[in-house]
Design a protein around this ligand. Structure first.
Ligand SMILES: [Zn+2]
Length: 135
């Protein structure tokens, strides 16, 4: 058993668990870091059932939409770019954890997509590029 020691690992940030690998694997599939022997330690001070964003993190609204397919496209774009995000809306009472956009019920109200303020320019650029590449 090996695990990824990288505290900045994308897999860790996304799933809040440290990736474990078979002994034959040399590098982390998520971040490319060299793996270290042994099972993964518990991620400290994070409750996987109640992920909450850093309270000090300044969030900026990227877009407000009530289009579910648009949300899914946004999700894939932001994930591909490695930008964390969260969504909130009338029908989504709870703050979703970063990287988790799973609407149990169909979206019926506007949903606000927020990203860290520091990532906003990059996120906006991604959206603008997508608009340009549209048909
Ligand atoms: Zn990793």
């Amino acid at each position: 058993m090996k695990h990824c020691p990288n505290p900045e690992c994308r897999g860790l940030k996304k799933f809040r668990i440290i990736s474990e690998y078979e002994d034959a694997v040399e590098v982390c599939a998520d971040c490319g870091a060299d793996l270290v022997p042994g099972p993964a330690p518990q991620v400290p001070d994070k409750d996987p059932l109640a992920p909450s964003p850093d309270p000090d993190l300044e969030l900026a609204t990227l877009v407000v939409t009530r289009n579910e397919s648009e949300l899914l496209v946004l999700q894939s774009l932001l994930e591909a770019a490695g930008i964390p995000y969260l969504c909130r809306g009338e029908q989504i009472q709870d703050l979703f954890g970063f990287g988790r956009l799973v609407a149990v019920n169909p979206i019926t109200g506007p949903v606000e997509v927020q990203v860290p303020a520091t990532d906003l320019p990059a996120a906006q650029r991604i959206l603008a590029e997508r608009e340009e590449n549209h048909d």
